[in-house]
Design a protein around this ligand. Structure first.
Ligand code: HEM
Length: 323
């Protein structure tokens, strides 16, 4: 009973305390609001002026400064910080040798190859909306795209031409790298990554060939995969293939086609390699390739221009001249 009374007493006290607390809070809030209103009355013209100034120069707004943390001016430090603190720009080095990015040196072919890969990925995904990798239906889809789908012909041709151009651009890029000797130390590894990229580019082109399921693609893939018969060890007509038990029904060509002839399985396999397998592998190798360009000291570039006084004689040249 005593306990009950005590509890009731406590509750009574508690309720009284709650009401007091509430009224205290209310006065505090009211005081705060009064203060704000007072401040607004005094500062309103200044605040309005500030806002108008911000509209004139959006780089000073809170939104802008929350995204770009550094001033956009020409001091080397701020320019470097601007590049380093931006997710997209930081992919590029903060400083580069001006001569190494001249088109007359790089021909821009590596960049163009990459750009064409992006165009191909984008148009390729759009083409997937209209294409079924099935016998008969595949060719019908191509006809439908060419004649009925709005901009379908443009879409298909963009994909085709970008594909042809990518193959040309990647060869030219490799040729330029060879001519400028950029395959030499320390870039040997990246040259090898490049060779893999070249093979992947050609494989993308080859697997795309069959997809329209027309006569051209059919015979191209027939001839192409027939070469796989002669693969050493893995082809049934290749060296040691017979000894290893290779037949037309279990060799590498069978694996590529998903059968012993170019038919529905070959079409499906081409489609999956073309749209999923090879693009993913190629993207991974491109990431390594670009990363390596940075780590190898940027694009090789011609020797920086120097004053005559800055040119050092090669070691041993003096001794050779005296001898
Ligand atoms: C999908 C294919 C490829 C792409 C997208 C690509 C892209 C690039 C890019 C953007 C650069 C920067 C310099 C420039 O544009 O010239 C570069 C540099 C380089 N690439 Fe490629 N590349 C590809 C294939 C190849 C191939 C086939 C080779 C050689 C077999 C190769 C070897 C190199 C080397 C050694 C460098 C460094 C060159 C230097 O420092 O001057 N790349 N690549």
């Amino acid at each position: 009973m005593a306990e009950d009374n005590n509890q009731n007493g406590q509750n009574g006290n508690g309720n009284g305390g709650g009401v007091k607390l509430l009224s205290k809070m209310r006065t505090k809030v009211l005081a705060g609001v009064k203060e704000d209103v007072q401040m607004l009355k005094v500062d309103l013209p200044a605040k309005a002026k500030e806002q108008v100034e911000l509209v004139k120069d959006p780089t000073k707004t809170q939104v802008y400064t929350s995204i770009f943390r550094h001033k956009h001016d020409d001091t080397p430090r701020n320019r470097a910080l601007g590049v380093l603190s931006n997710v997209f720009l930081h992919l590029h080095p903060a400083k580069i040798n001006r001569d190494s990015v001249r088109y007359s040196y790089t021909w821009g072919m590596g960049g163009i190859t990459f750009y064409l890969f992006i165009v191909l990925t984008f148009t390729g995904v759009l083409l997937m909306f209209y294409y079924h990798p099935e016998k008969v239906q595949a060719f019908r889809d191509v006809l439908y795209l060419e004649h009925d789908v709005p901009f379908g012909k443009l879409l298909r041709n963009m994909h085709r031409w970008a594909a042809h151009l990518m193959v040309i651009a990647v060869w030219l890029h490799m040729y330029r790298v060879f001519l400028t000797g950029s395959y030499k130390k320390p870039r040997e590894f990246n040259w090898n990554v490049g060779v893999i990229l070249l093979v992947l580019t050609l494989l993308l082109s080859f697997t795309g060939y069959l997809l329209p399921d027309d006569q051209l693609g059919f015979w191209a893939v027939t001839v192409g995969t027939n070469m796989a018969r002669a693969t050493p060890l893995l082809g049934h007509e290749g060296p040691f293939g017979h000894q290893l038990g290779m037949t037309p029904y279990n060799d590498i060509r069978f694996g590529l086609l998903g059968g012993s002839i170019v038919d529905a399985n070959a079409l499906l396999r081409s489609y999956i390699w073309h749209c999923i397998g090879i693009p993913i592998v190629a993207s991974l190798f491109m990431i390594v390739h670009f990363w390596r360009v940075r780590k190898d000291g940027g694009i090789s570039g011609p020797a920086p221009v120097m004053l005559e006084a800055e040119v050092k004689e090669p070691r041993g040249a003096k001794a050779a001249a005296h001898a």
